[in-house]
Design a protein around this ligand. Structure first.
Ligand code: EPZ
Length: 416
């Protein structure tokens, strides 16, 4: 079955190594299309979203091979410009390939990547900004064909901050003619990793990590070997699991310098966090929670991807609280499933109000998307009795071996 069975109530203990970042791996794998030759990507997580990205690259004629956490991509035999719709549909992040393919081949046809339950996830801003770089885009109803003899650098004034659009524009700009300014650019660590990878390949990018990127187009990029940073959202998820079970866990490789808002919130909610050069030791419930309000936002604000798991932490914190979601219009879909487990949560518009004295119990609940599914696992670890979380495939999109990792930390958990 595509499910996980958890018998809750066990305190987590021990240590786990945090996998490479999904949201850094995807744009960097797309970026290999800009480089003729073989790039080697270390610490690349073995998760289904990355698998689908590898499949898309293969369908375009690239040679992609995985050896453990090392993924080699040779793009010399890149031949196709039409992406297989079955991969594009499954893989929302296929839109990441647009900028790179236009820069490399000057022509792309693809189906619209579609949305998901957390929001419509439109691509209007991607297309609008690429048109400003000289791309001719013909929308075909179910998708579009885009063409650009040579991408032209220009000033791109963004109406709002978008991670994916910033990434796509970086990929389009590094080989474009002249200078491109992206403002305001997203500042997420995954964008900084993409800039690091491209700079290592010979790109000229200024302002990485700030909200103003200046990219000077170059003629060619060269193959590189790059190590993907640890996944800050996966680290945050294990942090939540430790807090909800009152455990004590060492999160090896946790990228603490990119987790400030998450660690600050966790400490306010009662966790003790000891810093070590190799990671963090987290003790779940050291003191009373004094955090009664969380608002998500663009980095470095509290990340929207941590909203659902922290909803569970707040429900068990002993104090009522509220969470405001400002990035996606529909990211409380997991609330009805958490309510089935006894969580006292009500939603009004973009705010969830949480009863901090919820007593969670086992139930049969279903994941509907990646981070909501992770939140159900966190809740099940702390709940009384047995929980079955169905639609495990959503969780497998972003978490490597979550059942094995949690079992190693003492959870009573198995595939169902
Ligand atoms: C990236 O999604 C991440 N995905 C998301 O992580 C993350 O939640 C999000 O950034 C915000 O941090 C990857 O990196 C693969 P956006 P992205 O463009 O790029 C709207 C996870 O769980 N928008 O910054 O799609 C959009 O609808 C995933 O790992 C438009 O309106 O996010 C949203 O409301 C979930 N038109 C807002 O912008 C567009 O053309 C911000 O989205 C593009 C976006």
């Amino acid at each position: 079955m595509d499910a996980i069975r958890i018998y809750g109530g066990k305190r987590l203990s021990g240590q786990t190594t945090i996998q490479g970042s999904k949201n850094a791996s995807l744009p960097i794998l797309a970026a290999t299309l800009l480089i003729s030759g073989t790039c080697e990507i270390e610490n690349c997580p073995d998760i289904s979203d990355v698998y689908h990205m590898q499949r898309l690259l293969t369908s375009l004629g690239c040679k992609v091979e995985r050896e453990g956490a090392l993924v080699r991509v040779n793009t010399e035999s890149l031949s196709e410009c039409d992406m297989p719709s079955d991969s594009v549909g499954v893989m929302r992040s296929s839109i990441m390939l647009l900028g790179a393919l236009l820069a490399r081949t000057g022509y792309v046809c693809m189906e619209n990547p579609g949305g998901c339950v957390i929001g419509a996830r439109p691509i209007d801003l991607h297309l609008r900004m690429l048109r400003k770089m000289g791309v001719v885009i013909e929308e075909t109803g179910t998708g579009f064909c885009a063409e650009a003899a040579r991408l032209k650098g220009t000033v791109l004034q963004m109406p709002f901050v978008s991670v994916g659009v910033t990434e796509n524009l970086i990929l389009a700009a590094v080989l474009a003619q002249g200078e491109t300014v992206i403002e305001p650019a997203a500042r997420e660590p995954e964008i900084q990793a993409l800039c690091e990878f491209l700079t290592g390949a010979g790109a000229r990018i200024e302002g990485s990590g700030t909200d103003r990127l200046v990219i000077h187009g170059v003629e060619k990029l060269n193959p590189v070997r790059y190590r993907i940073p640890a996944d800050r959202i996966v680290a945050g998820t294990y942090l939540c699991a430790c807090m909800c079970t009152g455990g004590r866990v060492f999160l090896r490789d946790a990228p603490v310098h990119h987790m400030e808002s998450v660690l600050e919130t966790a400490a306010l909610m009662g966790a003790a966090i000891e810093y070590d050069p190799e990671g963090i030791m987290v003790t779940g419930r050291e003191h009373e929670s004094t955090c009664h309000s969380i608002t998500t936002g663009c980095y470095p604000a509290f990340p929207t991807d941590m909203q659902s798991p922290f909803m569970v932490v707040m429900a068990m914190s002993g104090h009522d609280g509220r969470i405001e979601e400002t990035v996606f219009e529909n990211r409380f879909r997991i609330v009805p499933e958490l309510r089935k487990m006894g969580a006292g949560i009500t939603v009004q518009g973009s705010t969830a109000y949480i009863d901090g004295n919820s007593r969670l119990h086992g139930a049969i609940v279903q994941a509907e998307e990646l981070r909501g599914g992770a939140a159900l696992v966190v809740a099940a670890l702390a709940a009384e009795g047995t929980c079955i979380v169905t639609n495990r495939h959503y969780i497998d999109r972003g978490y490597e071996d979550i059942v094995l990792s949690l079992r190693d930390l003492g959870a009573d958990i198995e595939l169902a």
